[in-house]
Design a protein around this ligand. Structure first.
Ligand code: F6R
Length: 614
């Protein structure tokens, strides 16, 4: 959580920093702030609330034009979202300004120690203890780069620290553990940021910092060491997407743009996976076929929407590979003492690749000897780096806090993995794999059909704007789609919504159904007739109790018509691939309800895009 930026170079630091923060606002928007160095002193502006509040503050009290600065956009952990708790924090001796992403677990003892040495605290944050300790180190004559490493060695928890010193107008220093940090390498200028989006406008050359590494940037270059000061190896890379990819391109919201990008994102995720001789190739899965043949259990760990994509994947993976597959919420995983051994394959799904709960879960699994495959959308993020292999979903940057193209591309990547395992273990012949791949390849065009016919869903959103509660039902892979539909509505439209396995209805939830309650139902395609017919019965059950039924069903299936108040059609597809189509109207519905209610669709309250704290 939180977005951090540091800059040194010829441009006006205040402009680079504030613009960079704006591009990272999705990481947290409880407060934001900036610090620059001018003529031997630090100048700080910071404000609770969104970056527009900081803009107003800067208009009232402009900063000097300088060429070095740091900034922060916050998702509050320790201390409420107030002006004084906003970052940067300045040491009480005025020597340093520091920003932090993460949680410093031993902050209380560090605070006591700094206070004993005369530091006076101005906030309730854990971060300020790091700022004060750094200030004290400098007062003792320690070099700034040495000092940040020395402070980093003493911190427990998760942190990226970025700092500048009042008497050093030419360098920014940083250190990271368990929180992201990327160096942007420009021509005569350098950047530090939690995300390349912050500096992509200026350079596409980047360097990802590894675990327990520190960096110093000046106009002319960067120097990376470990926390003891020994030179560290880093891997420079080129960022392949440009600024326009991170902008809204005419849509009102990033989320809506991202919903519309799904056909392309799914096509890109499928690109280059199937050779002409019918073999599935997953170049990034660098785990030997022998090892994959020995796997006797798969555990998928993820959070939120990524967890729901894992629930979909379970049906396909078990069906194709006959390997038992569990799906587990990452934050629950390691606390239940899961049974893991070297024959276990842990598949972790994360759009951002930085979700702390997921990261901790895979670390736990690794310690028990499991092999880890990450499904991730963010190149070089911590989760893929700490995994044995990675399948990237090529969805492009996802900025809207509510995941959309992340979800559909995760399902596709999981399916690729399932087919690959089936191929390696001899559970599926080449022609069987080719058949599924062919159907997957047809999905982008079918998703586009859903997008082309969205007016019906938008009208429905207008009709249901006053609903107090909305229910979603599904069976088989339709069940996780129901959960995802409900989550979207909860998180961006702040509307009470629940997803249920349709068969569970009469074991309790049907009591919620009363006159007029909207109930979305995902009907499985024909071909699994038993499943299909059971869902039709479930629709009748809720309708008989007054529900307003909104039924998602494939073209040509008219059996449902007598029981459906609104029928949303999708192109024909097999049951396993239905989630890729059925979720689209649910995403559009949630975005439209939130828009009509006047909410901020991209940055819903209390949430952040990248949840880097447990
Ligand atoms: C919901 C949503 C979240 C994320 C979850 C995991 O729309 O976006 O539930 O899916 O926080 O995030 P990642 O995939 O980045 O690990």
């Amino acid at each position: 959580m939180c977005g951090i930026i540091g800059y040194v170079g010829p441009r006006a630091a205040k402009d680079v920093v504030v613009e960079g923060l704006r591009r990272m606002e999705y990481r947290g928007y409880d407060s934001s702030g900036i610090a620059v160095v001018d003529e031997g002193s630090l100048h700080v502006r910071k404000k609770a609330g969104k970056i527009s509040n900081l803009d107003a503050e800067l208009a009232l009290a402009p900063l000097p034009t300088t060429h070095i600065g740091i900034g922060h956009t916050r998702w509050a952990t320790h201390g409420g979202p107030t002006d004084s708790n906003a970052h940067p924090h300045v040491s009480s001796n005025g020597r340093v300004a520091l920003v932090h992403n993460g949680i410093i677990e031993n902050f209380a003892s560090l605070r006591a120690e700094a206070e004993a040495q005369g530091a006076v605290f101005a906030s309730e944050t854990d971060t300020e203890s790091a700022a004060q300790l750094l200030g004290l180190e400098l007062a003792n004559g320690v070099d700034l780069f040495d000092a940040i490493r020395s402070v980093a060695r003493r911190l427990e928890g998760a942190f990226t620290l970025v700092a500048i010193a009042a008497d050093q107008p030419d360098r920014v220093v940083a250190a990271r553990r368990n929180s992201p940090l990327v160096v942007g390498v420009g021509d005569g200028e350098m950047f530090l940021a939690s995300d390349v989006a912050a500096f992509i406008e200026f350079t596409s050359s980047a360097v990802e910092l590894g675990q327990d590494q520190a960096v110093e940037i000046t106009r002319d270059g960067y120097r990376v060491t470990d926390f003891d000061g020994l030179p560290a190896e880093v891997k420079p890379y080129e960022v392949t997407w440009d600024l326009s990819a991170a902008e809204k391109q005419g849509y009102d919201w990033f989320m809506v743009k991202e919903i519309h990008e799904q056909p392309q994102a799914v096509a890109d995720t499928l690109l280059g996976r199937h050779t002409v001789d019918g073999q599935l190739t997953l170049d990034e899965v660098r785990i030997s076929p022998e090892t994959l043949r020995r796997i006797d259990k798969i555990i998928i760990v993820a959070c939120g929407t990524a967890f729901y994509s894992g629930l979909v994947a379970k049906y396909a993976i078990e069906h194709w590979t006959r390997i038992p597959c569990e799906v587990e919420i990452a934050s629950e995983f390691r606390y239940r003492d899961p049974i893991i051994d070297p024959m276990t394959l842990v598949v972790t799904i994360s759009q951002s690749g930085e979700t702390a709960d997921t990261l901790m879960a895979i670390r736990h699994a690794r310690e028990q000897g499991a092999k880890i495959i990450a499904i991730c959308n963010t190149n070089g993020a911590t989760i893929p780096r700490e995994s044995d292999a990675v399948i990237y979903t090529h969805a492009g940057p996802e900025i809207g806090v509510a995941s959309t193209k992340g979800y559909t591309t995760q399902i596709v990547a999981c399916y690729l993995l399932g087919l690959y395992l089936a191929q390696v273990r001899g559970m599926k012949f080449g022609d069987e794999i080719a058949e599924v791949m062919e159907e997957l390849a047809s999905m982008p065009a079918k998703m586009q059909t859903m997008l082309d016919n969205q007016q019906q869903v938008k009208d429905l959103a207008r009709d249901l704007i006053d609903a107090q509660s909305v229910l979603f039902l599904g069976r088989h892979v339709g069940y996780p789609v129901a959960l995802e539909g409900a989550l979207k509505l909860k998180e961006i439209a702040y509307l009470h919504a629940e997803g249920f396995a349709a068969g569970e209805l009469k074991h309790g939830p049907i009591a919620l159904v009363e006159e007029g309650v909207p109930v979305f139902v995902v009907v499985p395609p024909r071909g699994r007739d038993q499943l299909h017919d059971k869902v039709i019965s479930n629709i009748q059950e809720v309708r008989a109790r007054g529900a307003r039924t909104i039924v998602l069903v494939e073209e040509g299936d008219d059996e449902v018509l007598p029981y459906s108040d609104v029928t949303i059609r999708h192109p024909k597809c097999s049951t396993l691939l239905q989630p890729l189509l059925a979720v689209v109207p649910l995403q559009i519905f949630a975005a439209e309800v939130a828009t009509l209610k006047g909410y901020d669709v991209d940055q819903p309250r209390n949430l952040a895009k990248s949840v880097t704290v447990e």
